[in-house]
Design a protein around this ligand. Structure first.
Ligand code: PRP
Ligand code: MN
Ligand code: MG
Length: 181
């Protein structure tokens, strides 16, 4: 495989910074959901790392389910067409759902998902996104917990991919344009 560092122009958020921020957000979630029937829903595949670290930073005991949706495929732009690749295993009736996402870019994936979840009888539905790009928003997403607001660059690592690669980088980094142009 090609060496990773030549594909990266800049580390944007380090693993250490992520883990620190996850502790802060987990403390908020512990307080906000005390005594409630919390269900964590991760959005595959990008959310795998943040779900692993965030769920273990919680003191609350909460089940984890997954939804697999994809809109980017191999490109760097959202197709706008969201496809369900795997649905939830859990009935949302009466549950307090916290969707865990790696990134809100255009917002299309989450706005589609929130609309899809609306008819499933959840008691509440909130969103935690580790990263958000305010300058890329095409639709507003009501996101209760945000890790970091970042500039409008194409980022990879800590679960985020370009054409399925770079998910296993520890930090969040800007992908060098030569990789995708
Ligand atoms: C990425 C990312 C978010 C979504 C954000 O997923 O993980 O789910 O795009 O972009 P948006 O706000 O513009 O919709 P992707 O569709 O690449 O699938 P993946 O998680 O399997 O990589
Ligand atoms: Mn995703
Ligand atoms: Mg992707």
């Amino acid at each position: 495989a090609a060496e990773v560092h030549s594909d990266i122009t800049e580390v944007l958020v380090t693993e250490e910074q992520i883990l620190e921020r996850l502790k802060e957000i987990a403390a908020q979630v512990d307080a906000d959901y005390a005594g409630k029937d919390l269900l964590l829903v991760g959005v595959l595949k990008g959310a795998i790392m943040v779900m692993a670290d965030f769920s273990r930073a919680l003191k609350l005991v909460a089940p984890i389910d997954w939804m697999a949706v994809s809109s980017y495929g191999k490109g760097t732009k959202s197709s706008g067409v969201v496809q369900i690749r795997k649905d939830l295993d859990t009935d949302l009736t009466g549950k307090h759902v916290l969707i865990v996402e790696d990134i809100i870019d255009s917002g299309l994936t989450l706005s589609w998902l929130l609309e899809n979840f609306e008819s499933r009888g959840a008691e509440s539905i909130e969103v935690f996104a580790l990263l958000r790009k305010p300058d890329a928003a095409k639709v507003e997403v009501n996101c209760r917990y945000v890790g970091f607001d970042i500039p409008n660059d194409f980022v990879v690592g800590y679960g985020l991919d370009y054409a399925e690669r770079y998910r296993n980088l520890r930090d969040v980094a800007v992908l060098a344009p030569h990789v995708y142009s």
